[in-house]
Design a protein around this ligand. Structure first.
Ligand SMILES: Cc1cc2nc3c(=O)[nH]c(=O)nc-3n(C[C@H](O)[C@H](O)[C@H](O)COP(=O)(O)OP(=O)(O)OC[C@H]3O[C@@H](n4cnc5c(N)ncnc54)[C@H](O)[C@@H]3O)c2cc1C
Length: 395
């Protein structure tokens, strides 16, 4: 299969886009890939957010349109059904960044549960993702991160409420046969996220992984953690769900470490991150008999490396053991070509109010203007496809 897999086939990659959508996406990428334009866009977006200026319509019609599935669940379901027609699965992500009170956290948990139930009934085979910072305040999560999980936290009513929300989501996922990915966020909360996710995995991942933890491989401590998690799961006899990403907060982590006068938790070079990511892929796929893996990346080399590992370790039932995923609006050539060749791949599909999606959109804009990322090729692919459709050489 690896021989026929062409991750640059733009006809397959963009077959779900009309000519107008393709042109629009191409011009958005042209803007984002200019560092100056992207910085100007990010600056304006921050100002709009800070002063609550009435320009959200502009954001909705531009970056939001490219990277998000819509403002409400019905919009998102339409996208899910549409992508499913091309064998592409979806990871439904209710965007709720920046909320601060118990009522909002309970409401967010309820919305996620109702999405899970609806997915289970109307659209089986798709997934949800959850940001724990949408279920509790990041300040409290950071505080808990420094405490002993079993000894100190177990007696905190506020922590109990958080665990009840997470448990409700994971239990609904198990009952509705929907997989749930717990996203990784700032390093200062990750030890807590690891313990919470391990607890849920032990409870719900008996035959296959219902709950996945996300590991940011730009972190220096994650390779040893992959090994530890696999050992722990083997001992406690559950199937660990491991979603591998490189990590979306490089500058934020470095800046915080600088301010606090400690070593950065993030590798100093992209190559070290790439090596750690690829080694983690190898470790997980080598243990495919008792590990379920999600390779969440736009990086072609890592994707081909994973495909090669599937062959090397003869993972015959790879569709249910190894999942690939890319963000909506990015790397369509990877997603659609993987699916066409029998691999399990999905789009990470955020939806919600434009205002709440802004931090997510800023991360995407920063990523797309970074010269370190492979996604800078996106505009070239879009241009190739426009030219192919027009049957000419020049746009
Ligand atoms: C489906 C999906 C789900 C995701 N979920 C999460 C999540 O839960 N949490 C999260 O944090 N991110 C998440 N991400 C984003 C992810 O972490 C990356 O930011 C993004 O995918 C870009 O990395 P890449 O592997 O696609 O490829 P590339 O474009 O090859 O790599 C870019 C990445 O390399 C790393 N990098 C770049 N320069 C350096 C450097 N100088 N030193 C060290 N490292 C460097 C950074 O992590 C950067 O984002 C998700 C991505 C996808 C596709």
């Amino acid at each position: 299969m690896i021989n026929s897999l062409n991750l640059s086939d733009t006809a397959t990659g963009y077959r779900y886009k009309s000519n107008t959508e393709l042109k629009f996406t191409y011009w958005m990428y042209r803007i984002l890939q200019s560092k100056r334009m992207a910085n100007a866009l990010i600056f304006c977006t921050r100002i709009i957010l800070k002063y609550n200026l009435p320009f959200q319509y502009l954001i909705k019609k531009t970056v939001f349109n490219v990277f998000c599935a819509g403002e409400n669940i019905d919009d998102a379901f339409k996208k899910i059904m549409f992508l499913n027609e091309f064998k592409v699965k979806s990871v439904l992500d209710y965007v709720s960044e920046g909320e601060n009170d118990d009522r909002s956290f309970d409401k967010n948990a309820k919305i996620i549960v109702s999405n899970i139930v609806r997915l289970g009934k109307e659209s089986p085979g798709n997934y949800v993702s959850v940001k724990l910072s949408g279920l509790e305040n990041p300040g409290f999560l950071t505080y808990c991160n420094g405490l002993e999980f079993l000894n100190d936290l177990i007696i905190s009513p506020r922590f109990d409420r958080l665990m009840a929300r997470v448990d409700l989501i994971c239990k609904s996922a198990r009952d509705s046969n929907v997989i749930v990915f717990i996203d990784a966020e700032d390093r200062c909360m990750q030890d807590l996220f690891d313990r919470i996710t391990e607890t849920m995995m032990e409870k719900y991942n008996s035959n296959h992984a219902v709950v996945f933890n996300t590991l940011q491989m730009y972190l220096k401590d994650r390779l040893p953690y992959v090994r530890r998690l696999i050992d722990l799961a083997e001992k406690q006899q559950y199937v660990p769900g491991i979603k591998l990403v490189r990590g979306a907060y490089v500058e934020k982590e470095r800046e915080l470490a600088r301010k606090e006068g400690r070593e950065s938790p993030v590798f100093d070079t992209k190559k070290e991150t790439d090596d750690a990511f690829n080694e983690a892929v190898e470790l997980c796929l080598r243990s495919h008999n008792f590990v379920d893996t999600c390779i969440a990346t736009h990086n072609r080399e890592s994707t081909l490396h994973a495909v090669a590992c599937i062959k090397k370790y003869r993972i015959e039932n790879h569709f249910n053991k190894v999942r690939f995923s890319q963000l909506y609006g990015m790397s369509d050539c990877l997603t659609f070509n993987l699916c066409l060749n029998g691999y399990n791949s999905s789009k990470y599909l955020p939806y919600g109010e434009v205002k709440k999606a802004i931090p997510y959109l800023i991360r995407r804009s920063e990523e797309n203007s970074s010269i370190d990322g492979q996604i800078v090729n996106e505009a070239n692919f879009l241009k190739d496809e426009l030219e192919r459709r027009a049957g000419k050489q020049e746009l």
